[in-house]
Design a protein around this ligand. Structure first.
Ligand SMILES: [Ca+2]
Ligand SMILES: [Ca+2]
Ligand SMILES: [Ca+2]
Length: 306
């Protein structure tokens, strides 16, 4: 049992290490008060709206509701040029955060706009969401919309990006317009971008076998039910699923990712079971002892087709 205690302490240290959270995205839902808490306004006057009705031209009217929660962020700029070399306007905000390999950035956006210009006038209208790696200064456009004349209306569009490198990143959300007209006719442009539900999904949630956003007793139960068997990642074989069964390595990964049960867990049924086992520590001691009794390390010969 002394050895089991030693192993339990080791696993707990691993779990504690994983709790040192990297910089996460703050207020990606835009539900916080004050409205743009966590974001840095770069230029212009981005706003947070509960919902809005925007007249894009004389005919079309459209309502957008938040894709998540009660609010979303909203950028809108327009400019008009007549007998001027250049007028421009922009609205942008950004936030820096850290991401690891396999983490996923996701958000929802819509964009529309219009330009009107005839030679010698000129106008541009664009909406962009830019991801910059602060170590290499490389930028990736997750959204890059150039809108010429009326583009009509979009519905919310879901975007996701998986990180190939661990680094600090900056996410910039921007709309911009330009117009120039040294003579008649005048030129004008406008651009609108809505964004909501910006979130970073940690790769560690691989251990969330039940897919409810938490790594807890339910997930541990799934892993233990498949102990020593050649099963898939989703069944608890988190490490080297093609060449190893569910074993102590997989258990270590799951415990390191342990989040505990959902605070909103139901007071009955499985929620009650989870609440009865709030900490992995006591569980671990018993569990590791039990594995020892069951002959941990002796692999049963089993075959299960994938
Ligand atoms: Ca929201
Ligand atoms: Ca889970
Ligand atoms: Ca394994």
């Amino acid at each position: 049992m002394r050895q089991a205690t030693f192993i339990a302490v080791f696993v707990l240290l691993l779990a504690a290490t994983s709790l040192c959270a990297r910089g996460e995205i703050v207020n990606g839902s835009f539900e916080d008060s004050p409205d743009l808490n966590g974001w840095t306004i770069v230029t212009g006057t981005p706003a947070v709206r509960a919902s809005f009705q925007e007249v894009v031209n004389e005919v079309l009217v459209h309502d957008f509701e938040p894709v998540e929660g009660e609010q979303f962020s909203y950028l809108n700029v327009s400019t008009f040029a007549f007998m001027t070399p250049l007028t421009q306007a922009a609205s942008a905000f950004e936030q820096e955060f850290s991401a690891g390999v396999g983490d996923e950035l996701a958000f929802d956006y819509y964009a529309f706009g219009k330009t009107f210009s005839l030679p010698p006038s000129g106008a541009t209208s664009n909406a962009t969401v830019l991801l910059t790696n602060l170590s290499t200064n490389d930028s990736t456009a997750l959204v890059d919309r150039n809108m010429i004349y009326d583009t009509g209306f979009d519905d919310w569009v879901a975007v996701s990006h998986t990180f190939a490198a661990a680094a600090d990143y900056r996410l910039t959300i921007r709309v911009g317009v330009t117009a120039s007209s040294l003579a008649f006719p005048p030129a004008d442009a406008q651009a609108t971008l809505g964004i909501d539900n910006v979130r970073l999904i940690a790769a560690s949630l691989l251990s969330d076998l039940t897919g409810n956003g938490f790594v807890d007793f339910q997930d541990l139960t799934v892993l233990l039910a498949n102990w020593n068997q050649d099963v898939t990642v989703q069944e608890g074989n988190l490490v080297d699923p093609l060449t190893t069964p569910v074993n102590f390595q997989d258990l270590t990964v799951l415990l390191a990712d342990w989040t505990g049960p959902s605070p909103a867990a139901s007071p009955s049924g499985e929620g009650q079971l989870a609440a009865a086992v709030p900490e992995p520590s006591a569980l671990l001691l018993g569990l590791i002892g039990m594995l020892g009794l069951l002959g941990f390390g002796r692999r049963r010969v089993t075959y299960r087709p994938h």
